[in-house]
Design a protein. Structure first.
Length: 302
């Protein structure tokens, strides 16, 4: 079965400059609203479920309120995780200047935009054309952001084939819990990293407590997100994720627990990783095998 295609960022940008943007995008996206590849971790049901409009993604009190609030915790974590990388033209206001960051599963750009404001050259990718459309439209509201921010409707596997070792940091925040083939996902994410680059992931642990908190509590009791947003069977434990990353050659640098306080819509760091956690790993610097030339012997005849 042939893989379904998606509009490129260029085509979507063309729509945005057209008076018929709403009409064209509605017709096109309704019939072809996600992209996959023949080798993909994308779950079509998950893409459909997470495809939203610009008003959904950027409603600070809507379904993504917790993600907006999480930026106050995760953005500094990502910035600190990249301290070992020295980008060009770094200033106090642009601490990520000169660094290339890939935001996998960028959605409407909630995380991509603040990373771009810190000076990074950010590429946001998502399998949903609806989400890329929303992200591009919102980015146009701030010309300073669009200078170093681009969006692509593609999968991590396709991008890894086209742009291996291209990014200083690969971010997958609240994404891997929606992924079908986590092994392939981590492998492709690692391939996209430059030697010495950082892989940063935030996700939900697969524990009884995470089921109670992230599904029963968040979806059905507090209605923080729509019921069915998460599938506990797709969650991954800390040990499983660290093992996958290690098997792909990267070194775990830091793991932290995250705690959400819904009454205050606020996140904080905790030692317990049984519900939400953040992880940072580093791809080793490129090494070259030593030549096995025979050393000359200094033996003297007696």
């Amino acid at each position: 079965m042939a893989a379904r295609t998606c509009p490129t960022a260029f085509r979507i940008k063309c729509w945005l400059s057209s008076p018929q943007v709403e009409y064209i995008s509605t017709i096109f996206l309704s019939s072809r609203n996600f992209c996959t590849s023949t080798k993909s971790t994308v779950d079509e049901e998950e893409v459909e479920k997470l495809s939203r409009t610009i008003s959904d993604w950027w409603n600070l009190s809507g379904d993504f309120a917790a993600l907006h609030s999480m930026n106050k915790l995760r953005v500094p974590f990502f910035k600190n995780s990249l301290e070992h990388l020295h980008g060009e033209n770094v200033t106090p206001s642009k601490p990520l200047g000169g660094l290339r960051i890939l935001d996998i599963g960028c959605g409407g750009g909630i995380l991509s935009e603040p990373l771009a404001r810190l000076g990074a050259e950010v590429t946001g990718v998502d399998a949903s054309a609806f989400n890329i459309h929303a992200a591009l439209r919102h980015a146009q509201l701030d010309p300073k952001v669009t200078r170093n921010l681009q969006y692509k409707c593609t999968t991590v596997e396709e991008l890894a084939d086209k742009e291996p070792e291209s990014f200083d940091c690969v971010v997958a925040s609240e994404v891997i819990e929606h992924v079908t083939d986590k092994d392939t996902f981590v492998s492709a994410s690692t391939q996209l990293l430059k030697p010495g680059g950082s892989l940063v992931i935030t996700t939900i642990n697969q524990t009884a407590l995470s089921y109670a908190a992230a599904i029963v509590g968040a979806e059905y009791l507090l209605r923080l997100v729509k019921p069915g947003t998460h599938d506990w069977n797709k969650f991954i434990t800390v040990d499983e994720l660290t093992d996958l990353i290690s098997q792909n050659g990267s070194e775990i640098m830091d793991v932290k627990g995250m705690f959400f306080m819904p009454v205050f819509n606020k996140w904080c760091w905790i030692e317990d990783t049984s519900v939400n956690f953040a992880l940072c790993a580093m791809k080793p610097e490129q090494t070259f095998p030593e030549t096995s030339e025979e050393r000359p012997t200094n033996e003297t005849e007696t």
